[in-house]
Design a protein around this ligand. Sequence first.
Ligand SMILES: Cc1cc2nc3c(=O)[nH]c(=O)nc-3n(C[C@H](O)[C@H](O)[C@H](O)COP(=O)(O)OP(=O)(O)OC[C@H]3O[C@@H](n4cnc5c(N)ncnc54)[C@H](O)[C@@H]3O)c2cc1C
Ligand SMILES: *[C@@H]1O[C@H](CO)[C@@H](O)[C@H](O)[C@H]1NC(C)=O
Ligand SMILES: *[C@@H]1O[C@H](CO)[C@@H](O)[C@H](O)[C@H]1NC(C)=O
Ligand SMILES: *[C@@H]1O[C@H](CO)[C@@H](O)[C@H](O)[C@H]1NC(C)=O
Ligand SMILES: *[C@@H]1O[C@H](CO)[C@@H](O)[C@H](O)[C@H]1NC(C)=O
Length: 609
Amino acid sequence: MDPYKHKRALIVLTTLILASEYAVAAAPACDCSNEPLTAQQAANLTSCKVLIIGAGPGGLYSAYFLRELGSDLCLVEKKKELGGKQQATEPPKQLATPGSPPWLDPAAIGTCGLRINQAFADQRCLASRMGVSSQEADFDSLYNAKGQWHRSKQAFLGPAGKRGSAFPGLSAADPDTEDLESSMLEYAFVTGSSNVNPVTGKSPRPHPAAKCATYKRAKDYLVALYGQAGYDFLLAGASFRNDWESELDVCGYIAYYTADWQRPGTSFYPEGGFRRFHSELRKRIAAAGVRIFNSSPINCLSEITTANTAPNSTSKYAALTASGRGWRAERLILSPVPRDVLKMQGSLAAKLAQQPELNSITPVKVAVYNAYWPSRWWEKYGSRSGRNFLLVTPSDSRCLVRSEFPGVKALASVNASRPVYTDDPKCVEKWEKLHASGGIAAVRKAVVEALQSFFPQEKIPQPIAGGDAFYLPVAAWHYLKGNGTARKVTVQRVADWALAPLQGFNSRGSAKPKSSICMVGEAYYITGSGWSWGALQSAMRCLKAKFADVMSEAAKADMEFVRVGCQKGRTTAVSPDAAAELTFKGEVRQAAGVQLPRLNPATGRTLAE
Ligand SMILES: Cc1cc2nc3c(=O)[nH]c(=O)nc-3n(C[C@H](O)[C@H](O)[C@H](O)COP(=O)(O)OP(=O)(O)OC[C@H]3O[C@@H](n4cnc5c(N)ncnc54)[C@H](O)[C@@H]3O)c2cc1C
Ligand SMILES: *[C@@H]1O[C@H](CO)[C@@H](O)[C@H](O)[C@H]1NC(C)=O
Ligand SMILES: *[C@@H]1O[C@H](CO)[C@@H](O)[C@H](O)[C@H]1NC(C)=O
Ligand SMILES: *[C@@H]1O[C@H](CO)[C@@H](O)[C@H](O)[C@H]1NC(C)=O
Ligand SMILES: *[C@@H]1O[C@H](CO)[C@@H](O)[C@H](O)[C@H]1NC(C)=O
């Protein structure tokens, strides 16, 4: 650490401020040290009534519902592409043949987003309204653990007296339990469900979840409930291991899990992926006259002092890039993830950085590898074509953890896959290092070796060169940081705070209504953690609470219509059961598909159930 750095920085800063008096045009009011900005200083910034920062799903959904504001609305995005994390891995060139079906143009597998859960009738409705059809698929899993292969977790325990359990020391209190894993998860994480511990058969009162605040990690809670063997059994089948292994707020996790548990395993896949969904949103937003600015990273969020306000300016906030571009607005929708908000400078950013809620949201880092193959070599290991084939492997060996081979036609027909999808911190680190040292070739090689080790009978081909990609989303999804309870921060409170991040809460604990800022995105709606649907909920809540006065009655009614899943006459959100029955224009339901032999990858023989 160089102790003189700060002094030098100070000198540079002073020079800038002094210089600005003489050369305003050369150093426009985009220096974060000039704060708070006077209206005169802000005068040259692009003026918008409403400014949305960040054009990921949260920003795009907000802009779509507010699009009638036309040029009064500005949408500013750091990257060249809109859509946030939900980009796409391009297929190898040879797949883009003329005459291919429309969803092949372009055929691409998503980076951070393939599916819309069946229960998300509002998001499916919006996609369908964009003219984006979707295809349906559920999951077919194959688990590897303790040297065994099974199609269900229950099989690892073995029927009593027949096969030995791979997890000795674990058994169900009720020998008739058909799915011990589900019972264990439900008892632990789904509030208000079962009161009987499926392993011990006991019903402690109060339910152990009442003590959620005393556990540092979900792992500690699960071990307390089921012992180490019980935990190992659950972990072996888990796709998302960071959730239990690292420190996060266990109470908040239970709130998320209870909501996620209600969601069916069937998903809808927008044809052309989220990228097409977003490009359709963008078209409509742009057609309405909204000003969209890409490649514009905001690094300073500033307030504009009302003293000295220029006669016609009602702008309260300024957002500036490092290169001198800037915007000013009366209202803000902030859609970057908390990590990016906390990196911003400026007086407004400093106020946000003091908020306990913003500081209580913690990101999860994930490693993803996408590839296209010359053949669908995996298909014969599934039980039925047209389903997603999911291979769940231990994290201590090869770090594939969750290898996914989509069954929906749009992706299966181009042999697209996601062979690595892991949030296990040790595995993420492994892939990150490998990629840093050897690039995509090193990742590809390790993936093929890993798959070969799990499928010794198979000759695993090379992924098609130029069609694979590695991603390391550092803020893939969000939970509450450990011991949120001690800070009085809950999942619900974060969602309410996001509607008025600088206004605080009234004495009854609900967010005060008056504010000109919202935080919008998946990170601010933790019951939707990991789903862009969370960003949609967050956007609609913000607009309903804060933007009703600038939305026409028609626009409000329209948003409400989307919110209830495009169903006339519905006033409440659609339940998962009702959502299952909805079909939207263009939605394709996969045919039942062909029964395949159920093979054991190690022996090539048919798997016993
Ligand atoms: C591996 C993986 C798989 C996933 N699968 C699915 C799935 O199947 N279905 C699903 O619905 N969801 C899925 N998700 C979740 C989905 O990606 C997110 O929920 C979604 O992207 C969140 O949208 P957002 O707008 O909140 O945030 P983001 O997508 O992160 O968008 C934030 C935007 O803000 C911009 N920004 C940041 N800082 C600045 C700045 N200083 N100035 C200007 N702009 C800025 C960013 O560039 C970005 O465009 C998955 C995520 C991962 C990681
Ligand atoms: C605003 O822009 C005009 C024209 O470029 C310039 O003359 C003026 O000095 C600028 N004012 C400020 C406060 O930056
Ligand atoms: C959380 O904080 C409370 C109060 O500060 C404390 O009693 C409790 O032990 C903490 N829990 C964990 C898991 O650190
Ligand atoms: C300010 O507002 C007045 C009254 O609405 C208008 O006549 C004038 O042209 C405006 N000035 C500027 C600089 O926009
Ligand atoms: C995809 O796999 C199928 C069957 O396994 C094969 O016939 C086809 O040629 C593959 N497609 C491409 C583009 O490689």
